[in-house]
Each structure stands twice: as structure tokens, then as C-alpha cells.
Design a protein around this ligand. Structure first.
Ligand SMILES: [Fe+2]
Ligand SMILES: [Fe+2]
Length: 474
């Protein structure tokens, strides 16, 4: 399918040949823009931002860079190219041709999966709407807006599927995606991590590292779906998602790097002295990490899940990189979970592998998270400091699954509620920590300048220099 970038809604799904669908989406478009103006980035809509826009899915077109005013960003509908003779890759329908339409018996489940994914996209834009005012540099401001417009496009991607394949129910769901709002008391977003406020840049980097990475794994699981339009949509979204995680990875790395510089200057690592010098001490960074990692782990769902088992059995949502697994049926296989024994200890339980899919995906996610930590710790090692960033255990501070509300140390050892309460201030950001981090948040909008609490990036965007004018204010 040709992409038509000049259309009101750029797309490679042949929208021009389906008048009903085109009209429905053109009706939704002004509602989306309304939402963007009301709950998208505040105040920067007149600025020209050096943004990447997808105008097609081939290597030339998917990353076109130019100055754009955000409301003029072309939110397009792009699906990865259709594979020839793609077959169901797992579960009971293994080997059958994939579905180009939604099978009636899976209609409501697939709709739910698409709505849940779709809901996270505008939610994150809402969470981040005020961050622009405190950007540590023009480079970072541009990255924030890049992430924001692409999350907007991901919403479009899910809304397209709802409109194109789910009839009136789908259209209603598309409306509701703009009616729920992050942190709203009456109509919150579906998943709790997406109702957490993100009012400082350390949280933003943590979110893009840990929570966008959950997004990556959800998209990879959905990219395996037998419902081919969903699979192709998610495949293309993944190309954009990589940059969001890059922003988090390098952002946290730069904060650590800057702290190390000041530790060297001062000749010590005393948190009070470091705070006086205007950088974030390492234990505080670790506490933010503990908070966002544990929150993001919950997004994978329960460790033993009959829903996950039926998604797998029916070929709706699978495991990332399914091809790497030997057994695509998992009918007889099992998985050993470690569960709280209710007496302050741990017991093992074998459950059917299909019920453990969430846990399998979560484990893959944890391994992926570790890569960033290895990079950040290399900065510390090279500078000769013994301090290391660590990922807490998947049992720590969980609110979903078998370990929900079970008090543990960050390393996963079960402890008493009293002991947890006594140590909470060492393990999670306190209101003082948050107030301190907030006090650092002052916008730096001079070309090439960087806030004092963060090191400059190693390179700029799209081979531009770091001091490029990434945002032009009007
Ligand atoms: Fe997204
Ligand atoms: Fe993202």
C-alpha cells in the first residue's frame, strides 16, 4: 500500500478507498486536537520543534526530520508491511493463516487489549504536560516533545484499529480514550502507573527508561498476535519506541555522570554536600529507580494468570520473540513460581507454562532493564567509585500478583511490616527527596546550555550538534 502523506490523515492503509472509515476518523481528528490543546504539552504549541515525523514505513520515510509546530505534526496511520503467508506463531491455532479480520469469539478480548494499550499512549502525554517549563536544555525539550507527539501517534494507531475493525463499539472506545485522564479522580487512566504524576525530569527519565520499556514488551507481545493488523501496527510502533527508551537511558546516565563530576570536585560523596552543590546524590537516584521499576513491573499483570493463558491459547497476545522459543504450544510444560508462604518465607509452586506467560515476559523485561544499569555502573566504575545502581527484586513494593503488599527488602527478602516502615525512607523517595529534586527543576532555554544537575549528551539528534537550536520560540 502506498503512503499518502499529503492526505489530511497521512496513512499507508488505503484510507482514501474507504470513505466511511475516513469520515469517521476525520470526525475523531478535531476531538484529538482538542485533547492535545487541553492536555498535551502546555504553552509550547507555537514553537518550532526539530521533530522526526513518520511519513512512510520504509527506511527513508519513517524518520524525516524538520522544524514543526506540534499542533501541525502529521499524526499518521502506518502499519508495517504485510508479510507474505504469515502464520499463527503460538497456541492452539499454531500454523494456521493469521487473521485479517477479528474472529467473533475474540472480539471483546481483542478490543480490551487494544483499548488498554491505547489508553497508556495519551496518558503519558498528560502526565508530562508541564515538564517543558523545566527542561534542562533545548535538546531535552525537543526529546520530550518527540516522545509526546509519538505517543499521540500511537494513540492514532490504536484508534485506527478500533474504528476499522470494531464497528460502533470501537468508535465509542475511541471517544473514551480522550475522556479518561491521567490522575483524574472520576475517570482515571486504566493502569495505575499512568496515573502517577511526572513533575520532574528525573522521573521523566525513569519513566521513559522503565515504563516505555514495559511498552516495548507489550508491543512485542502484541506484535506476535494472530490478528495481523494489530501485529503490523505494533511492529511499526516499536521503531519509534526505541527513541523513548534512549531518552531515559541516556538521561539517567547523564544525571549520574554529572553527580560523579561533582563528587570528584568535592572529593566526597556526602549527599548533603552534593545537594548543596546542586546535583542529585546517588542514593536518591537509586530510590527513584526503585519506585519506577517496581511500578512498571506491575504493568505485566499477575504472575499466575488465566487471562494470559487464554490469550496465549487463542493466539491473541504472545511472548516477545516467540520464534526463539522451542515449544510454541506449551500444553504440557510448566513454570516454577516463587511465592510468599504466608509465614514470612518463600515457597515454590509449579504452574502450567501458559498461566505463567506474564512472568516469562516480565523476566525478559528485567533482563533488558539490566543493560542500562550495566552502562550507568560503568561510569561509576571508571570514576573509581564503589557505589553501584541495582535493580530491586521483582518482589519489592509490588501491588499486583502474588507479592502484592508483601513487605520485603529491595533484595526480595520477606520482612515484617514494621521493618519495612522503618526503612522506607532509605528505599523510596521521601517527600524531602522529591522537594529537593523539584528545587533543581528550572528551565534552561539558552542554546547549548545545560542545567547544572545533568551532563550534556554525547551527541545531538540526527547528527546535529548538541548546541543545535532544537526548539525555536516564537
Ligand atoms: Fe507509545
Ligand atoms: Fe513510548
Amino acid at each position: 500500500m502506498e503512503s499518502n502523506y499529503q492526505d489530511r490523515i497521512p496513512n499507508n492503509v488505503g484510507l482514501g478507498t474507504n470513505r466511511t472509515l475516513q469520515r469517521a476518523l476525520e470526525h475523531w481528528q478535531p476531538e484529538f486536537l482538542n485533547w492535545w490543546h487541553g492536555l498535551g504539552p502546555s504553552d509550547f504549541n507555537a514553537s518550532s520543534v526539530y521533530l522526526r515525523t513518520a511519513i512512510s514505513v520504509d527506511t527513508k520515510g519513517w524518520a524525516t526530520f524538520d522544524y514543526v509546530k506540534m499542533p501541525d505534526y502529521r499524526w499518521g496511520i502506518f502499519l508495517a508491511q504485510e508479510a507474505t503467508d504469515r502464520r499463527v506463531g503460538f497456541g492452539d491455532h499454531f500454523g494456521q493463516p493469521v487473521w485479517q479480520q477479528v474472529p467473533g469469539e475474540h472480539r471483546s478480548t481483542l478490543r480490551r487489549l487494544i483499548v488498554t494499550q491505547g489508553d497508556t499512549e495519551p496518558a503519558s502525554v498528560e502526565q508530562q504536560r508541564l515538564l517543558g517549563h523545566t527542561a534542562p536544555s533545548l535538546y531535552d525539550l525537543r526529546n520530550l516533545f518527540q516522545v509526546n507527539v509519538e505517543e499521540g501517534r500511537h494513540l492514532w494507531a490504536m484508534v485506527y484499529l478500533l474504528h476499522a475493525y470494531f464497528g460502533r463499539d470501537g468508535r465509542e472506545e475511541a471517544e473514551e480514550l480522550l475522556e479518561r485522564h491521567s490522575g483524574d479522580a472520576d475517570k482515571p487512566r486504566i493502569l495505575s502507573t499512568f496515573n502517577e504524576p511526572i513533575s520532574d525530569w528525573l522521573s521523566f527519565y525513569m519513566f521513559t527508561y522503565f515504563t516505555d520499556r514495559d511498552g516495548k514488551f507489550q508491543l512485542k507481545s502484541l506484535a506476535e498476535s494472530s490478528f495481523d493488523p494489530l501485529s503490523r501496527t505494533c511492529k511499526f510502533m516499536l521503531t519509534e519506541e526505541a527513541h523513548h527508551m534512549f531518552v531515559g537511558d541516556t538521561g539517567i546516565g547523564r544525571v549520574i555522570k554529572r553527580t560523579i563530576e561533582v563528587m570528584k570536585e568535592l572529593g566526597n560523596d556526602d549527599p548533603i554536600a552534593l545537594r548543596k552543590a546542586g546535583v542529585v546524590d546517588l542514593p536518591t537516584i537509586q530510590k527513584y529507580l526503585n519506585f519506577w521499576f517496581s511500578s512498571s513491573l506491575d504493568l505485566f499483570g499477575g504472575d499466575s494468570s488465566s487471562n494470559a493463558a487464554s490469550y496465549f491459547a487463542n493466539g491473541l497476545k504472545g511472548r516477545p520473540d516467540e520464534i526463539k522459543y522451542e515449544d510454541h504450544f506449551e500444553r504440557e510444560s510448566s513454570f516454577t513460581l516463587e511465592l510468599p508462604d504466608g509465614k514470612g518465607g518463600v515457597r515454590e509452586e509449579r504452574i502450567p507454562m501458559r498461566n505463567a506467560v506474564n512472568e516469562v515476559v516480565r523476566e525478559a523485561y528485567v533482563r533488558d532493564c539490566e543493560k542500562g544499569l550495566a552502562r550507568w555502573n560503568r561510569h561509576l566504575e571508571e570514576a573509581g567509585y564503589p557505589y553501584r545502581m541495582t535493580l530491586p527484586s521483582t518482589r519489592f513494593r509490588r501491588t499486583v500478583g502474588s507479592w502484592a503488599n508483601v513487605p520485603t527488602k529491595p533484595d526480595g527478602t520477606p520482612i515484617s511490616r514494621e521493618e519495612l516502615n522503618a526503612h522506607l525512607d532509605e528505599w523510596l523517595p521521601t517527600s524531602d527527596d522529591r522537594a529537593y529534586v523539584h528545587s533543581l527543576m528550572k528551565g534552561v532555554f539558552e542554546r547549548g546550555k545545560m542545567a547544572s544537575w545533568i551532563a550534556p549528551p554525547e551527541r545531538g539528534i540526527n547528527t546535529q550538534p548538541v548546541d543545535f537550536e532544537y526548539v525555536i520560540f516564537h
